[in-house]
Design a protein around this ligand. Structure first.
Ligand code: PAF
Length: 284
């Protein structure tokens, strides 16, 4: 490890962040990157802490990416609080927060998108058409701007991780991606900026997803259920408190449903409560 930058800097301009990072890179400093849409919680902060441990320099971006929201989704009301984000990032040891305006990222004549086919159309892609195209496009743009050695994503958005990992392989991107464990509230609910939409009571109710997944984990260990039975069990449990969108038991890399539970699998859930869509998963 070389010496750290003394205080965190907020940078809005693409040309400036590129210039600073290029100079640091030429001095041999390693760069870790945490892409976020802000409204930070402990999940984001765990990625920042890992990056600070692994790298000389940590860059975090805060950018609510309009292109990953469908017109009927919550882009306008997505929670934003940059002052709070800056204070939390500083405490974690982040060196640079890249906080660009929309026009800085997407010029008026922007025409290019990245699509990781098939993987983007299943699971969350079914109810959120265009979502992963927007995610892959912004992540590729940010990787080109920051050019990190390692970047960090959270396991809660596991499909996002698989899509981005495939993009990295298919496009031969010179970067390492580290997947970090889900961070949970005390109730077990997976941390998400969207939890802030929920009342205290609904937040408690939504922890049913985690409780169902924990039970499923035990049942898998006991070898008691076939995937279809396990799926039904989780659907029935979660449906007591929420509207289930999907429950799937999947191969970790293809995200295809498994017929038998042998080796490690992903159990993924999407469900709504009071109109708020939540996702969660466990790897067993
Ligand atoms: O996971 C998120 O917060 C976003 O999808 C990401 C990776 C920052 C891209 O906008």
């Amino acid at each position: 490890m070389t010496t750290k930058i003394l205080s965190m800097q907020l940078i809005k301009k693409l040309s400036l962040i590129k210039k600073i990072l290029s100079s640091l890179r030429s001095k041999g400093r390693s760069i870790g990157f945490v892409p976020t849409m802000g409204y930070l919680h402990d999940g984001h902060l765990s990625l920042c802490r890992q990056s600070v441990k692994d790298n000389d320099i940590t860059v975090m971006s805060v950018f609510v990416n309009s292109k990953q929201f469908a017109p009927d989704e919550d882009f306008k009301k997505y929670p934003r609080d940059i002052r709070r984000d800056l204070s939390l990032a500083r405490k974690c040891g982040v060196d640079f927060v890249f906080y660009p305006d929309n026009d800085e990222v997407y010029t008026k004549d922007h025409l290019t998108y990245v699509e990781v086919e098939s993987l983007s159309k299943i699971l969350c892609g079914r109810t959120r058409p265009g979502h992963f195209k927007g995610v892959a496009t912004i992540v590729l743009k940010l990787l080109n701007i920051i050019q990190p050695d390692i970047f960090y994503l959270g396991q809660k958005d596991y499909q996002q991780y698989v899509v981005i990992n495939k993009m990295i392989k298919d496009l031969n991107l010179p970067v390492r991606l580290k997947l970090m464990p889900i961070v949970r509230e005390t109730s077990g609910l997976a941390m998400s900026s969207r939890n802030s939409y929920l009342s205290k009571e609904n937040r408690e109710k939504a922890s049913i997803i985690y409780r169902a997944l924990q039970k499923a984990r035990i049942l898998v260990k006991l070898n008691e259920f076939k995937p279809t039975e396990m799926k039904d069990f989780i659907v029935d449990t979660v449906a007591k408190k929420m509207q289930v969108e999907y429950v799937e038991i999947l191969d970790l890399s293809s995200l295809q449903p498994v017929n038998k539970i042998t080796g490690r699998v992903l159990i993924a859930v999407a469900a709504r409560i009071a109109g708020v869509r939540l996702i969660d998963n466990v790897i067993i």
